[in-house]
Write a protein that binds this ligand. Structure first.
Ligand code: AAT
Length: 278
């Protein structure tokens, strides 16, 4: 019998996505959400939270490279980095490839995500045991409030804006992020699909813009996220991520990110520009 995972990507919009499953490796109710890791025909192993695909072995490189290398190659000397969410460890893996980084803290609310990803997604979680990484299990909203003027880069690698992650999108959280950053710090967040959720994207961008002197959006192509074309928002106190001198970016062995992509990803199609313009 064939087994298919049906992700109600945007149920209200009448859209679902189905993946042929080879094997269910784990399925459990954690304290916070429904967690599954399944092995699929096309994308390999996949982390699914509350029925939504979070990351897969085949396409995770796009998201994790872009959410990490854009801010880390914008800041001239990032030493201390915070990831809020991201319990799979993919962002931590990419961050720790930057030699300037002395410490990377992962603040993930759900300890089961970290544990199961260590067990079933070692390609993604492999850097979580690096001595430069500290894993803190707790709510990112509280953590950021309690750590002022500490991080050069903060990466918000969160689930979609509902339930436990609702407070990770919007002005109140971005104010706390601003204060948690050092004087030339940079923040980045995954900010959803401008095609299907223009109102969400618009609000998140304008909330960030009200707080950060420099606010920019870029896009990347992620096959397993709704619409495939995903937005990220960067808020920066000083450096403009779209204006880095790409000739100075050192070589790194990557699959999506390149210096040219760094420059090009900030060029937005008209309909996306329209979503974020006042
Ligand atoms: N690296 C890609 C995977 C993710 S998962 C996002 C993580 O954010 C989840 O493990 C979830 O438990 C965690 N999280 C949610 N709310 C909080 C919170 N308040 N504090 C700390 N961690 C939190 C991101 C995928 C993006 C999917 C887009 N559709």
């Amino acid at each position: 019998m064939d087994l298919w995972l049906k992700e109600m990507q945007l149920e209200d919009a009448g859209i679902a996505m189905t993946y042929k499953v080879k094997e269910t490796l784990v399925r459990k109710k954690t304290q916070f959400q429904d967690l599954a890791i399944v092995d699929t025909e096309v994308f390999g192993r996949m982390l699914v939270l509350d029925g939504i695909v979070q990351t897969t072995i085949k396409d995770e490189f796009v998201y994790h490279e872009m959410i990490s290398h854009i801010p880390l190659f914008t800041h001239p000397n990032p030493k201390k980095v915070l990831v809020v969410g991201g319990g799979d460890g993919g962002a931590i893996r990419e961050i720790l490839r930057h030699p300037s980084v002395e410490k990377a803290v992962l603040c993930e609310i759900d300890g089961d995500v970290v544990e199961e990803c260590k067990k079933y997604l070692p390609e993604i979680s492999c850097a979580l045991d690096d001595p430069r990484c500290e894993v803190f299990i707790g709510d990112g909203i509280k953590y950021v409030k309690e750590h002022k003027n500490e991080f050069d880069v903060i990466i918000v690698d969160s689930t979609d804006p509902f339930s436990i992650a609702e407070g990770l999108f919007g002005g109140n959280f971005y104010k706390d992020i601003y204060e948690s950053l050092t004087e030339d710090g940079i923040f980045i967040a995954q900010t959803e699909t401008p095609f299907y959720l223009p109102e969400t994207v618009k609000k998140v961008f304008s909330d960030a813009k009200a707080i950060f002197p420099v606010t920019k959006m870029f896009m990347a192509a992620i096959p397993t996220y709704p619409g495939g074309y995903w937005s990220f928002t960067v808020g920066s106190k000083k450096y403009d991520p779209s204006q880095v001198d790409i000739t100075k970016i050192p070589e790194m062995d990557t699959k999506y990110y390149t210096p040219e992509i760094h420059k090009a990803c900030f060029v937005l199609p008209k309909y996306v520009q329209d979503v974020i313009s006042e």
